[in-house]
Design a protein around this ligand. Structure first.
Ligand SMILES: *[C@@H]1O[C@H](CO)[C@@H](O)[C@H](O)[C@H]1NC(C)=O
Ligand SMILES: *[C@@H]1O[C@H](CO)[C@@H](O)[C@H](O)[C@H]1NC(C)=O
Length: 309
């Protein structure tokens, strides 16, 4: 879990503790970016299967020059880091999380024509203060050997950012409702490229009827090492409720049997009722997202708005 004054990156590895932590995050954090281990594992596997056989000891199915990638440029690679110890099992997963933080803060570290500040990421448009969880996705997952990428690749990067395979939690934002979305780009990208891609993708995304134009974009002209450009998408999307539902279901399984609860009640000042309070808070959060998602498919009421004006 990465902690700063207002931004928290939370990795969901499950224990009874998660439900208590969730309660604190819902009450006190300004913005949380959850990461799920299974999603990271899936991304690692996908990257590994695209690496040349020499690096993985595995045979790769595709050998077309287009899909060949440099092992050291994969998002999971720790190469170039200060720490030279041999790779450990969780290194790949940790590297993805580290990249998320680095890309997120790139605007603060480099110059850019349209740099967005971290404070601007929280897209507080309407006061639902507890709806402060964002789904993140990073693309590309690895750079292609060919650096002179044709323009189509850039568009592919935008497409990927919205696919369920690139999310850092197991979720599919396309089948849920977008409340807002931030695109943070790095490298050789024009504002017109961003606009064109938003227009292109819009028809396939469900945006809440009162925030159809809920896009925020940031452009940092310094590209990440080994890439001409990269994209970090942060989505305020109701699909996150499935992650919370999962968390609740797993908690309930243990809690019903009061399994492991004594480990917690041993601690001074900790009472069983804290689990109940936390559970209530999680239930409220899930239903807030459900209520919003129920507005999916509602069309913008333009005509009515005009008559009022
Ligand atoms: C997500 O959208 C909701 C509804 O507009 C808003 O209340 C909330 O503050 C947004 N969350 C973030 C982190 O931007
Ligand atoms: C940022 O994201 C890109 C794309 O996922 C990744 O390849 C890059 O290594 C990340 N890190 C930094 C420091 O920008």
């Amino acid at each position: 879990m990465f902690y700063s004054h207002q931004l928290i990156i939370l990795s969901f590895s499950f224990s009874l503790f998660s439900i208590l932590a969730m309660h604190q995050l819902t009450e006190f954090a300004d913005c949380v970016l959850p990461i799920e281990n299974q999603a990271l594992v899936d991304i690692c596997n996908k990257v590994t299967s695209a690496l040349p056989p020499s690096k993985t000891g595995k045979k790769v199915f595709s050998s077309s020059s287009q899909s060949r990638v440099k092992a050291s440029s994969a998002v999971t690679s720790g190469e170039g880091g200060v720490d030279q110890r041999p790779e450990k099992p969780f290194d790949n997963m940790n590297n993805i999380a580290a990249n998320l933080i680095l890309n997120l803060t790139s605007s603060a570290r480099f110059e850019g024509s349209l740099n967005v500040d971290l404070n601007e990421i929280t897209m507080n448009l309407v006061p639902f203060p507890k709806i402060h969880y964002l789904v993140s996705s990073q693309t590309p997952l690895y750079s292609l050997t060919d650096v002179n990428l044709p323009p189509q690749r850039l568009d592919q990067m935008f497409t990927d950012a919205f696919s369920k395979d690139h999310q850092l939690i197991k979720a599919d934002p396309k089948h849920s409702l977008y409340l807002a979305c931030a695109l943070m780009l790095r490298g050789n990208v024009e504002i017109s490229d961003i606009r064109r891609n938003i227009e292109r993708l819009k028809p396939s995304l469900n945006f809440i009827h009162w925030n159809q134009e809920g896009w925020k974009t940031g452009l940092c002209s310094v590209p990440p090492v080994g890439h001409p450009y990269s994209l970090l998408a942060l989505s305020n999307n109701t699909c996150i409720r499935h992650t919370f539902q999962d968390l609740k279901d797993r908690f309930m399984k243990l809690y019903k049997r009061k399994a492991h609860v004594h480990h917690y009640t041993h601690v001074d000042g900790m009472e069983v009722s804290q689990f109940d309070t936390s559970l209530d808070s999680l239930n409220t959060l899930i239903s807030e997202y459900e209520t919003l998602e129920a507005q999916m498919g509602r069309v913008v009421d333009d005509i009515q708005r005009l008559t009022i004006a």
